[in-house]
Structure formats: structure tokens, C-alpha cells
Design a protein around this ligand. Structure first.
Ligand SMILES: [Zn+2]
Length: 501
């Protein structure tokens, strides 16, 4: 696998008379070189004569770095085929995914579930695996997952002799599916007083995959709203659940097979690598752990500028790219960013309750660090205030809002195909599928010129208008939807300049 994406590795082997030796070539790392010992032991256990034989195993493509024990069974099979007088015929679209014990039993390895999932996505139709629980893949149509306890059984199955019945299998456990230690607090929208504007913004953000920056004094309800936001996101589909679970497996992080989207809120002391991903064997970072869910960055102003900068590219593309010496890995990172910040280091700039003690210079540096890199990536900038206890609660429950969001997302799925939202649908696809009237486009252009908006911001207005129409269930984008999108963009740019004043 490179990043989360699977890659087909072909295994070949030759055996010839020479000094007894076993070599594996094709950019194997130390973990694969260890496979050599297991393969030699298995050959002994299978009574194969390897005296004075040189075994060469080649993994291709040769320029892709390979690691782990997942190729063990395929390598042993290739050697047995090379030694056999009559090698068995391996059908098309067949692959072998298993590690080996010293005696030739097929066994599991780290990230086994993600690997099988990727093999299915790559179009393999017969996948030989160790005897593990496979109900997870019950929905994969036209794919045969063939569970085999050991190499002799696997060979005889390939020869068409079914010596084994599925129900004779003793299942071996895969890695335990761990329960998250941190529970996400469930905050229903209907218990939050006031904040009518923020609630509308969060509904639209959830519906179209847009990003939000909340600015306001401590205790005004930013974290509460972020938690409530999570409750209105739709459940993950089965495939999405497997995809998210796979990312956690690669990152060696706990996650249950849950239908609820992830909610990540990394601390501001987190490193760049922890946020985007990294390491010698690159692991996904927080951006990817939040894939199909929420990345909540509280106290955005305290994150190092470098870290905030790294958010820009994934926010637009839906991918986090981790660079390393031999190339780069891409991890999925389709997220809703909910960022929160105080308006200044002391937190009270613009507040009526307390006097801000920060100098202008300090405050501007603080805001510039946050807004500079991401201001044109977020659709909503909310300047929030503490709400009076007299403020009304709203009637909408999270459950009702979630249904609205789910319907809006379904419309987007139908429109774009795949998992695109209005926020990240590629420009060409968006322009192909979404229509605006001439008047609407002229109106948007006029306002963009007045407000000196960038072309990126103008495109964001179109995307947001489409989301507003999707929330209403409208086939075409109404003038009212365009006006609301314009209002949000203007208020975002005004909130930004007010903070920078
Ligand atoms: Zn201040």
C-alpha cells in the first residue's frame, strides 16, 4: 500500500542448482528480508529438498518500496511453483494475502483488514486469506474470499481438490478492534441558547462540506457548537466505515467499527507530522484520522504558523500528502474543518464585558498568523459573542438537522457521483453539473468586484449557493440562495477585516 491506496505486487521465483541460498530482490525492507527465514523453514516443514539450491524471489514493480509480512504466502507459493514439476494454474484476478508461521500455517499481519479491502477495490475476484472472520466484507459482491489454514490446503484448493470445508476452519483473530478511549460528548443543537447565525452556518457547512472559523471570547460556546456540529453529520456508509477504520489501522490508533464519523481535536502543541502525517513508514495524521468527519482545531492562534500553513492544500483537495525520500504518500482527508480562536491573545478584543489588554501589534500578529493562510479556504467566519441566558433555544434537534444534512448530501452524491461534496467537487465537474442564470453570475461578479474578492472566493460563493439550494431540496439555485451565499462571504470578509483593524 502507498498511503491508503493498495498496489498490486507481483511475486516471481526461480530455483536453480547452485550454492544453497535464498535472496529476495525488488526493494524489500528489513521486515521482508526476515521472510526468507520463514520461507526456508516452511519449505523444510513441507519436505521440500532445498539442498544446493539457489532460490531467487523477485517482487515487482521493483521501484516500489515493500514492507511487512503480507507477501509471505505469495512468496512461498511462487517458490513451490518454481520447484514443482507441474505448477498449478493460478486463475486471473487472484491474489494471496497472508503471513506465514514457521510451520507453513497462514496467519494474519498488521493492517490485514485494510489490505483485503484494497484488494477488493483493485478488482481481485479470488482472494486467498488466512482463516479470519470476514463478515465485514459480506457486502462485497462478486468476490470470493477463500480462507485457508495452511499452504498444502491452499495448493490443493488451487488444484481443484476441495479437501476442506469452510466449517472445519478454526478461525484466528485479527487485530482486536479497539474501543476509542475518548468519547465524543453528544450535544444536541436544541439545548444551545442563541447563536442563531452560527447554527445556520454549521448546518450549511455540514450539508456541503464547508469549513468554519469561529472567533469569540472564552466561554462563548465555541467548543459546544463544535461538538453539536458532529451530531448533525450523517452516518458513514459501510464502505466509508471500512475506509475510516483502515486509516486508523495504518495509524495504529484505536477505533471501533462505528458508523459515526470521526471527531478529532488535536492539541495546539501537536507537530506538523502529527497533523498531516509522516514518519519513516508514513502514517496518517490528524487530518486523515478526521477523514469523513470533523477536525476541530481549538485555539487556532496557538498552533504554530507552519502547522496552520500545512492545512491549506488538504482543505481544497481532500488529500494529505506526506513527502519522504523515495516519493510521497497520499492519505485521504475529506474533512469539515471547524476552527476556533479567541480574537486576540487575551481573548476580549471587541468584547463589552472586559477590556482587551493586548497591544495592536501583538493582536495583529496573532490574527494574521491564523487568518493569513486559511481565510480564503473557510466559507464562514463567525464573530461570536457571549449569549445572554435570556436568549431563546431553537426548536431544531440534532436528529432533525441530521436528516436535512443527509438529504442534502444524497443530492450531491447523485449529482457528482462518488463522494464529492459541493465544497470539494473538482471545478470542471462542478461547472458541468451546476447551473446559474446569467443574472446571478453578473450579480456575483458585481459584488466580488465591490468587495475585492479573489477568484477562489467567488467560486466559493457558487459552491455555497448550491449547498443552500440542496438544504432546501431545490433542483435549481434560486436568487435567494445566491443572495444568502453572498451575505455569508461578505460577512466573512468583513469579520476578517474587523479583526485585523
Ligand atoms: Zn486582547
Amino acid at each position: 500500500m502507498t498511503g491508503l491506496a493498495g498496489q498490486v505486487i507481483q511475486v516471481e521465483a526461480t530455483v536453480r542448482e547452485d550454492k544453497e541460498q535464498c535472496v529476495i530482490i525488488g526493494l524489500p525492507d528489513a521486515s521482508i528480508k526476515e521472510s526468507k527465514e520463514r520461507i526456508l523453514n516452511c519449505l523444510h516443514a513441507l519436505d521440500q529438498d532445498i539442498d544446493m539450491k539457489k532460490i531467487t524471489i523477485h517482487l515487482s514493480p521493483a521501484d516500489v518500496r515493500k514492507q511487512g509480512t503480507s507477501y509471505d504466502a505469495a512468496m512461498l507459493l511462487a517458490v513451490l511453483q518454481a520447484m514443482a514439476k507441474q505448477p498449478v494454474k493460478i486463475p486471473e484476478k487472484t491474489c494471496f494475502i497472508a503471513a506465514l508461521t514457521l510451520s507453513g500455517q497462514l496467519t494474519t499481519f498488521h493492517s490485514m483488514i485494510p489490505t483485503i479491502h484494497q484488494a477488493i477495490l483493485l478488482g481481485f475476484k479470488r482472494i486467498y486469506i488466512p482463516p479470519i472472520e470476514i463478515s465485514l466484507f459480506a457486502q462485497a459482491a462478486d468476490v470470493e474470499l477463500i480462507r485457508m489454514p495452511d499452504m498444502p490446503s491452499l495448493l490443493s484448493h488451487l488444484q481443484g481438490k476441495t479437501s476442506l470445508f469452510e466449517n472445519e476452519l478454526t478461525l484466528i483473530p485479527t487485530e482486536p478492534i479497539l474501543e476509542e478511549t475518548e468519547k465524543i460528548p453528544h450535544v444536541c443543537f436544541s439545548v444551545i441558547r442563541g447563536h442563531a447565525e452560527a447554527k445556520r452556518a454549521l448546518l450549511l457547512a455540514a450539508a456541503g462540506g464547508h469549513h468554519v472559523l469561529m472567533s469569540g471570547p472564552p466561554g462563548c460556546g465555541k467548543s459546544l457548537l463544535a461538538n453539536a456540529f458532529h451530531t448533525i453529520l450523517p452516518d458513514l456508509t459501510h464502505d466509508e466505515m471500512l475506509e475510516v477504520y483502515s486509516i486508523y489501522q495504518l495509524a495504529k490508533q484505536a477505533r471501533s467499527l462505528s458508523e459515526r464519523p470521526p471527531f478529532r481535536s488535536p492539541h495546539h502543541s501537536s507537530s506538523e507530522g502529527a497533523i498531516v502525517g509522516g514518519g519513516r513508514y508514513p502514517k496518517p495524521g490528524e487530518m486523515s484520522l478526521a477523514h469523513r468527519g470533523v477536525l476541530f482545531l481549538d485555539e487556532l492562534g496557538h498552533f504554530p504558523r507552519r502547522v496552520v500553513d500545512t492545512l491549506r492544500q488538504p482543505l481544497e483537495s481532500g488529500f494529505a500528502v506526506v513527502n519522504r525520500v523515495e516519493g510521497s504518500d497520499r492519505f485521504p482527508a475529506t474533512i469539515n474543518l471547524i476552527a476556533a480562536t479567541n480574537p486576540c491573545p487575551c481573548g476580549y478584543y471587541g468584547s463589552h464585558e472586559k477590556y482587551c489588554v493586548c497591544g495592536d501589534k501583538v493582536r495583529l500578529k496573532y490574527m494574521n498568523k491564523i487568518t493569513g493562510p486559511i481565510i480564503d479556504r473557510v466559507d464562514f467566519v463567525l464573530a461570536m459573542k457571549n449569549q445572554s441566558v435570556l436568549e431563546q433555544k431553537t426548536a431544531d434537534t440534532s436528529e432533525e438537522l441530521r436528516q436535512t444534512v443527509t438529504r442534502a448530501r444524497d443530492r450531491q452524491r447523485l449529482r457528482y457521483g462518488g463522494n464529492y461534496t459541493n465544497a470539494i467537487a473538482p471545478v470542471k465537474l462542478f461547472e458541468e453539473k451546476v447551473e446559474f442564470s446569467k443574472n446571478q453570475l453578473e450579480r456575483i461578479e458585481t459584488v466580488s468586484n465591490q468587495e475585492k474578492l479573489s477568484s477562489r472566493s467567488t467560486l466559493k460563493i457558487l459552491r455555497l449557493a448550491r449547498t443552500i439550494a440542496d438544504v432546501l431540496g431545490d433542483e435549481t439555485v434560486s436568487d435567494a440562495a445566491v443572495e444568502e451565499a453572498l451575505r455569508w462571504k461578505i460577512s466573512a470578509s468583513q469579520a476578517h477585516s474587523a479583526l485585523m483593524r
